[in-house]
Design a protein around this ligand. Structure first.
Ligand SMILES: NC(=O)c1ccc[n+]([C@@H]2O[C@H](COP(=O)([O-])OP(=O)(O)OC[C@H]3O[C@@H](n4cnc5c(N)ncnc54)[C@H](OP(=O)(O)O)[C@@H]3O)[C@@H](O)[C@H]2O)c1
Length: 250
C-alpha cells in the first residue's frame, strides 16, 4: 500500500508511521522538523518499508497544492491527515491570531493538499482518506474555543466529503480521539480524563481504520459522557462546564 501521513515527525503521526512500516507498504511522511522526520523514516526503513520524506509547513498552501499534485501522479491507497496543533487558553478572549493559526493548520491546509489529490482518487475508484479530528470537536470548553472550532469544521468537511466520494469507491474516515500521550498533550497543565498511552491510542486508531469506521470516537466511556452531557438542559450543562473548568484551575 502507498500511505501518506502528515505530521509524522512526532506523536500520533510518528506512531502511525511505525505501525504501517512493513515491507508491503510505501510511506510518504510529511512534517516541518527534518531531524525528527529523518529519524522516524530511518526506523520505518529498518522495519522494511520504502519511505519518502517531505519537509513542508502545511500552512504554506501553495506548497501543499504542489505536493498534492506530485503525490497524485502515483496511486495513493491511504492518506492520513494528522498534522495539527492546539493552543490552550486559561481565560479571556481568544486572540484572532490563534484562530487563524489553528484554522490554517488543522483545517484549511487539508483541503489545499487534498484538492489536487481527490480527482486522482476518483480516477482510481478506490482509496482511503483519514482525518484525525478530536473528541474536542464534539464539545467546546471555554478554554479551547479555537481548537474545538477548527476540529468541528474538519468534521463538517469530512462528512460532506464522505457523501461526495462514497459513490466513487473512496472511504472517508473521521477519527475522534480523546487524550493520548504526545508532545501536544504533554503541555497540558490539567488532569486529562481517560488519558491513554500512545500505543493504546494508536491501537484504537489503526483498528478503526482497518474496520473502515466512517466516524470513530474513543475512548467509548468519554464519548458517551460527552453525548449524555450534550442531551442535558443548558442550565445543567452550564453547571458541569463551570465545575470542570474550576477543577482545571482555569
Ligand atoms: N494527542 C491527543 O490527545 C490528540 C487527541 C485528539 C486529536 N489529536 C490530533 O492528533 C494530531 C496529532 O497530534 P499529536 O497529539 O500527535 O501532537 P504532536 O506530537 O504535537 O504532533 C503534531 C504533528 O503535526 C505536525 N505539524 C504541526 N504543525 C505543522 C505544520 N504547520 N506543518 C507541518 N506539520 C505540522 C508536527 O510536525 P512538525 O512540528 O515537525 O512540523 C507533528 O508531527 C493532531 O491533529 C491533533 O489535533 C491529538
Amino acid at each position: 500500500m502507498r500511505i501518506v501521513i502528515t505530521g509524522a515527525s512526532s506523536g500520533l503521526g510518528e506512531a502511525l508511521a511505525l505501525h504501517y512500516a512493513t515491507k508491503e507498504n510505501q510511506l510518504v511522511l510529511i512534517a516541518r522538523r527534518m531531524e525528527h522526520l529523518d529519524d522516524v523514516a530511518k526506523r520505518c526503513r529498518e522495519q522494511g518499508s520504502e519511505v519518502e520524506t517531505i519537509i513542508a509547513d502545511v500552512n504554506d498552501f501553495e506548497r501543499m497544492r504542489q505536493i498534492g499534485e506530485t503525490l497524485g501522479t502515483l496511486p495513493i491507497d491511504r492518506i492520513i491527515l494528522n498534522a495539527g496543533m492546539s493552543v490552550g487558553h486559561s481565560g479571556g478572549i481568544t486572540p484572532f491570531e490563534d484562530f487563524e493559526r489553528l484554522f490554517k493548520t488543522n483545517f484549511l491546509s487539508i483541503h489545499a493538499l487534498l484538492e489536487p489529490i481527490i480527482p486522482k482518487l476518483i480516477e482510481q475508484k478506490t482509496g482511503e482518506i483519514v482525518f484525525i479530528s478530536s473528541l474536542a470537536s464534539l464539545f467546546t470548553m471555554p478554554t479551547s474555543i479555537a481548537y474545538s472550532s477548527s476540529k468541528r469544521a474538519l468534521n463538517a468537511y469530512a462528512e460532506g466529503l464522505h457523501y461526495q466520494l462514497k459513490p466513487h469507491g473512496i472511504t472517508v474516515m473521521t477519527i475522534m480521539p480523546g487524550f493520548i500521550d504526545s508532545e501536544m498533550t504533554r503541555k497540558n497543565r490539567f488532569k486529562m480524563p481517560f488519558w491513554m498511552t500512545t500505543q493504546e491510542g494508536i491501537a484504537k486508531i489503526t483498528d478503526g481504520i482497518k474496520r473502515k469506521r466512517i466516524r470513530y470516537a474513543f475512548p467509548f466511556r468519554f464519548y458517551l459522557m460527552i453525548r449524555i452531557v450534550s442531551l442535558l438542559p443548558q442550565s445543567l450543562r452550564d453547571k458541569i462546564v463551570n465545575f470542570t473548568n474550576f477543577k482545571k484551575g482555569a
